[in-house]
Every structure is written in C-alpha cells, then in structure tokens.
Design a protein around this ligand. Structure first.
Ligand code: WA2
Length: 269
C-alpha cells in the first residue's frame, strides 16, 4: 500500500510541476512576444514617421491598454541610445538631465540609455540611464549585439526591491540588413525596449490560483552557471518533503540562460 501511495504521490507531483512550468513558460513567452511587437511599433511610429507620431502620452496610453498582453511584466519602458556628443542637445530637447539609477545627475559617459517613454506602472525609471545599472547595462550591450531578446540574471528590481529579471529588445533604425555585423548593429541602434518580470509577485499570483498550491512548493533557479544556481523564485532555504521532488527545465527564450523549476511537497504525502 505504502509503495503504491508513493507512486501515486510522485505522479501527482510530476503532473503539477509540469502544469506550473508550462504555465509560467507560456505567460513568459506571450509577454516577450508582445514586447517584440511594441518594438516594431516604436520603430514604425517614432523613427519612420516624420514628424514622429509617438510621445510619452501616447506610449503610456497604448501600454496601459495592452498591459493584459504582458501578464508577467510589471511595465515596459523605452530607453534611447544617446552618445556623449549628443547629450547636451538631447537634454535641452527633453528639458531634463540624464540621471543615474542612484538618482544623481549622470557623470560624463561615452554613451547613455535614458528612459524617454514609460508605462505608468514603471514611471519611476523615467530619465534614468539604464546603462548605470550593471544588470541592465549587460542586457543592453548583448541585446544590440545580437538583435535578439535577452534576459538578465535574477536581481532585486528598482523601487519594489522584488526579485525579478529584466527583458531587453534592441530597436534599430530602418535598413539594417538581416546578416549585419555587430559593429553595424551597434551603429544602427536607436534604443532599447524592455521591462521587468516581477517574478516574486507576479509568478506568486499565478501559482496561487492553481489547484494543489497549498500542497506543493515551487522554486525557480537560473542555472546558467551550473555550479552556482541563482534563486529566481521561491523560498531561499527550501524545507518541505525532499525525498520526492521533481525538476522541470524552463525555456524563457534567451539561449544564453538556462532555467529550472524544482517542485516538492510541503509535507510528507
Ligand atoms: N525596468 C523596471 N525596473 C527595473 C529595471 C528595468 N529595466 N531595472 C531594474 N529595475 C528599459 O533594457 C531597457 C528596464 C530596461 C529597459
């Protein structure tokens, strides 16, 4: 009997873990896809129309109305690429000074990535140079060199201080060839579109709604560096019933990063 019950318990755990992994992965993927489309919107209406047909008010309106399309993102924002020689012109046109993430006027840099458009939910990053934060900066450099969506490792987000990851898409001026070199990509970079996956609160909400959420515990790890897994979601020092546990790989669409879900029972089944 005991053995039979354990087999049933293990099957139930595997199926609950797979359901959760699939849900998170799907909600992640639809969010990423919608940010991709938003990048094309910026390219079309801001850079390919003269005069530009996009401003903060329009961006805030459109992103608020389409927020349901990005269920795991706490908001999206657009940071423009500004090189040192353009800073003065940029600041006088905008009417504000580029700030660091520590909310100080930015010291002189080779280039900046100040946020010019933001969804209201992340209005606190307006005017901030996203290159002044280590994780965001790495994302920006990798996004524009590859032309693809990239993710940071898990870290504490600004303001909420929740554990999450940042998604970045590059936006290029029109005419970049499909097989462009890295150098060409950097030259043609107009800016960076992205947002923060507030994993700590949005994944929590998602999992809470599922049947069995009282019985099982879920952790998500960034296992890019196999010897040093980074916690992305769930309790730091997992307890619970360890002998029965299940691992699911997760694919969040950035080939450089590997993620894994770990599920176990809270108490012996
Ligand atoms: N967005 C929201 N909260 C954050 C954050 C961020 N980055 N970084 C730290 N906390 C505009 O890559 C471009 C968004 C970065 C995009």
């Amino acid at each position: 009997f005991r053995r039979e019950n354990m087999i049933k318990a293990e099957e139930a755990l595997v199926s609950m873990c797979e359901e959760r992994a699939r849900m998170i992965q799907d909600q992640f993927a639809v969010s990423v896809n919608h940010v991709h489309a938003l990048g094309i919107l910026i390219s079309t209406f801001y850079y390919q129309k003269q005069p530009p047909a996009l401003d903060q008010e329009t961006f805030a309106y459109y992103t608020a109305k389409t927020a349901f399309e990005r269920p795991l993102l706490n908001g999206v924002a657009y940071a423009e690429r500004v090189v040192r020689s353009q800073r003065e012109t940029f600041e006088s046109r905008q009417g504000w000074t580029i700030m660091t993430m520590k909310r100080e006027p930015s010291p002189m840099q080779d280039e900046y990535a100040p946020v010019i458009y933001s969804q209201e939910t992340v209005s606190h990053i307006g005017a901030l140079d996203m290159m002044s934060g280590e994780e965001d900066r790495e994302n920006i450099l990798r996004a524009r060199a590859t032309g693809k969506a990239v993710l940071t490792k898990p870290f504490r987000l600004l303001k909420s201080n929740h554990l999450g990851v940042v998604l970045t898409f590059p936006v290029y001026y029109a005419g970049l060839p499909e097989d462009a070199t890295i150098e060409q990509r950097v030259q043609a970079t107009a800016g960076y579109l992205g947002g923060a996956f507030d994993v700590e609160s949005l994944v929590e909400n998602l999992l809470k709604q599922l049947a069995g959420s009282q019985d099982i515990m879920v952790n998500v790890y960034d296992i890019t560096n196999g010897t040093e897994p980074l916690i992305m979601y769930g309790p730091q020092n997992p307890e619970g019933y360890m002998p029965l546990s299940h691992f699911n790989m997760l694919d969040f669409g950035d080939p450089l990063r590997k993620h894994q879900m770990h599920c176990r029972y809270r108490v012996k089944p």
